[in-house]
Design a protein around this ligand. Structure first.
Ligand SMILES: Nc1ncnc2c1ncn2[C@@H]1O[C@H](COP(=O)(O)OP(=O)(O)O)[C@@H](O)[C@H]1O
Ligand SMILES: [Mg+2]
Length: 512
C-alpha cells in the first residue's frame, strides 16, 4: 500500500470518548483514536501520560469507565484479552508476560482456546519456525524462556501475536529494552507486517523511530490527546514541545570538570557471564570523585557484568577492584553498600523495586539501616514517611501517595524511585546502568541533570549508556567497551561519534 492509499484505507479501530480513572488520576480523559488498515500510528507522551492505559483498554486488560470502541465499523465489547484476540487485536506489553519456566513453543500457544487436548508439538514447532522464518524473528521453539535475552523474549511475544493471526498489533515501548541493533530488526519486522496490510500502534519515546516509520503520530499529555499529525508534517522538536508542554534543553550546563581522589579502580578484572563464558577480559578503569566516567558500548558487551562485579553481585575471577582505595575484590553486596556505593541496575522492574511494597518503603529500602530511619535497632515509621515525601518532591515522582504500591506507577516513575533511593543512600560512588532507558525526554533531562549535580557534589559516577548523545552531554571521560574489553579511554571533549562507533563495534583495534 502506498502512503496516500493508507490515508484513505478502511477504518479498523475507532475509539471515542474513552475515559478511565485510577485512584487520584484521570489516566484517559475523553480520548478519541482511529487506526486504518496498513497504518502505523505512533503514540507519544511522557511517562504517565496514559499511553499504556489507553492501549490496555483496546487489548481488553482494562475496562474503560465510559466511551465506545468500534472495530471494522462494528461496536465491540472487549472484556478480556481473549475478546481482543478474537477481534484480531494483540498487544506486546511494556513488561513482558511470558512464563519463564515454559518453553518458547509452550508460551506461543498458551491460552489459545480450542487447542486440541493433546497439542501436536511437531506441528506447532513447524508453524512457529515458519513464522519466525517469514518475519525474520529468530527463536528456538524448545528453549526455555528463562534462557532468553530480553530481545529474544520480545520476539516470542511478537510470534505469539502473529500465531494468533493478529491484524492490529500494539507494541508498548518495544525498543526501550532493546539494543540499537535489535531495534533496527524490530523496525524491519513492523515494516514487513505493514506491507502485508497489518496495522500497528507503536508506543515510544524515541523521536527518530517516530520519524522513521510511523505514518501518523498522536501525542498524549495527562490523559488527553494534545496533537494528532501526519508524521511527514511534523519534526522532533515540534513533537518534544507538544509532549512536555515546554521547550526542552537538548544540552546541559555543566561546571568544568575538577576531579579529586580516586573512588574506584579496576585492574585486570575478569568475570564470567550467566553461561559461564568470559564477560570481562582484563578490565582496567579509574574513576575519581567529581568525575562522570561514561561507559560507551552496545549492550551485552560486558556492561552489566561490570556493574555487578563492582557491586559484589558477581564474582571476579581475576584482577582486583578497590573502592575508596580499599580492596573490594569479591566483597559482599552489603559491604559494598556500606562503602557508600549506589547502583541503578539495568533490570529495574525485576530487581530494582519490590512492586508490592509501597513507594515509601521502596524509597527507604537502602537507608533504613542507619539513623535517622532507625534508632537502637528500631525502625521509625514517621521518619520513613518524611524521607519518602521529601524524595517524591525532589525527584518529582508522580504517585497518588507515598503508600501507593510501586507496581502501579508508570515505568518512568518506578525508575525515578530507584534513582532517588540509590542517590540518597550513596556517598561516594554511583553506578548507573542505562538510567534513562525507557524514560521520556522530560524525565531523561531530569535524570541527566541529577547525575551532573551528584558529580558536582563530589560523587564519582559510573554511567553505562548506549546513547552517545547522553554520554557527550553528561560524561567527563568516556571508555568504550567491546566484548568485555576496554577499547579506549578518552576525555569526553575529544570523543567523536564516528570513532566511538568504530570502537564500539570492534571495527578498529583497541587503543589501550
Ligand atoms: N493499574 C493501575 N492502578 C493505578 N494507577 C494506574 C494503573 N495503571 C496506570 N495507572 C496510572 O495512570 C496514569 C497513566 O499511566 P500509564 O497509562 O501507564 O502511562 P504511560 O504508559 O503513558 O507512561 C499514571 O498516573 C499511572 O500511575
Ligand atoms: Mg506505559
Amino acid at each position: 500500500m502506498t502512503e496516500s492509499t493508507r490515508e484513505n484505507a478502511e477504518l479498523l479501530v475507532e475509539m471515542k470518548g474513552i475515559r478511565k480513572s485510577f485512584p487520584g488520576v484521570q489516566a484517559s480523559d475523553d480520548v478519541a483514536l482511529v487506526l486504518r488498515k496498513g497504518e502505523v500510528l505512533a503514540l507519544l507522551g511522557e511517562n504517565g501520560a496514559g499511553k499504556s492505559t489507553l492501549m490496555n483498554i483496546l487489548a481488553g486488560l482494562y475496562r474503560p469507565d465510559s466511551g465506545e470502541i468500534r472495530i471494522r465499523g462494528k461496536l465491540a465489547r472487549i472484556a478480556s484479552p481473549r475478546d481482543a484476540s478474537a477481534l484480531g487485536v494483540g498487544m506486546v506489553h511494556q513488561n513482558f508476560m511470558l512464563v519463564d519456566s515454559m518453553t518458547v513453543a509452550e508460551n506461543v500457544v498458551l491460552g489459545i482456546p480450542k487447542l486440541p487436548f493433546v497439542p501436536n508439538a511437531a506441528r506447532i514447532r513447524r508453524e512457529i519456525l515458519e513464522l519466525s522464518e517469514r518475519y525474520n524473528l529468530k527463536v528456538e521453539p524448545e528453549a526455555f524462556v528463562w534462557q532468553l535475552s530480553v530481545g529474544e523474549q520480545q520476539r516470542v511475544e511478537i510470534l505469539k501475536l502473529l500465531y494468533r493471526k493478529a491484524e492490529i498489533l500494539i507494541l508498548d515501548e518495544p525498543t526501550a529494552v532493546l539494543t540499537p541493533q535489535e531495534s533496527k530488526e524490530l523496525n524491519a519486522v513492523v515494516k514487513l507486517m505493514q506491507a502485508e496490510g497489518k496495522s500497528a500502534v507503536f508506543i515510544t519515546h524515541k523521536m527518530d523511530e517516530v520519524m522513521s516509520f510511523s505514518d501518523r503520530v498522536m501525542v498524549l499529555r495527562k490523559g488527553k490527546v494534545v496533537a494528532e499529525k501526519l508524521t511527514r508534517d511534523t519534526d522532533p522538536r515540534d513533537l518534544a514541545r507538544l509532549m512536555v508542554g515546554r521547550e526542552i534543553l537538548f544540552c546541559i550546563d555543566k561546571r568544568p570538570f575538577e576531579p579529586k581522589g580516586l573512588v574506584l579502580e579496576l585492574s585486570g578484572v575478569e568475570a564470567l557471564n550467566e553461561r559461564g563464558l568470559p564477560a570481562l577480559r582484563g578490565v582496567d578503569l579509574r574513576l575519581r570523585s567529581g568525575e562522570i566516567l561514561g561507559i560507551a558500548g552496545v549492550a551485552g558487551n560486558g556492561q552489566r557484568e561490570l556493574a555487578e562485579t563492582i557491586t559484589g553481585l558477581r564474582p571476579t575471577t581475576a584482577g582486583a577492584i578497590s573502592i575508596n582505595c580499599v580492596d573490594s575484590t569479591n566483597a559482599s553486596p552489603m559491604s559494598v553498600i556500606r562503602r557508600g556505593v549506589g547502583h541503578v541496575p539495568q533490570d529495574r522492574v525485576a530487581v530494582g523495586v519490590v512492586g508490592d511494597m509501597s513507594v515509601s518503603d521502596n524509597l527507604a529500602m537502602k537507608a533504613y539501616r542507619s539513623a535517622p530511619l532507625a534508632s537502637g535497632g528500631v525502625l521509625r515509621p514517621k521518619r520513613f514517611l518524611e524521607l519518602a515525601k521529601r524524595m517524591i518532591e525532589a525527584f518529582k515522582i508522580a504517585t497518588p501517595s507515598p503508600s501507593t504500591r510501586t507496581k502501579f506507577l508508570s515505568g518512568g516513575n518506578i525508575q525515578k524511585t530507584i534513582l532517588a533511593r540509590e542517590i540518597e543512600a550513596c556517598s561516594s560512588l554511583l553506578i548507573a546502568v542505562y538510567p534513562s532507558r525507557g524514560l521520556d525526554i522530560g524525565a531523561t533531562e531530569a535524570v541527566r541533570k541529577e547525575l551532573v549535580a551528584q558529580r558536582d557534589a563530589g560523587l564519582g559516577v559510573l554511567l553505562v549508556s548506549e546513547d552517545l548523545e547522553e554520554l557527550a552531554q553528561v560524561a567527563d571521560t568516556i571508555a568504550v567497551m567491546f566484548e568485555g574489553r576496554i577499547m579506549a579511554v578518552m576525555p569526553a571533549c575529544d570523543a567523536e561519534a564516528e570513532r566511538l562507533g568504530l570502537l564500539m563495534s570492534g571495527a578498529i583495534p583497541a587503543e589501550v
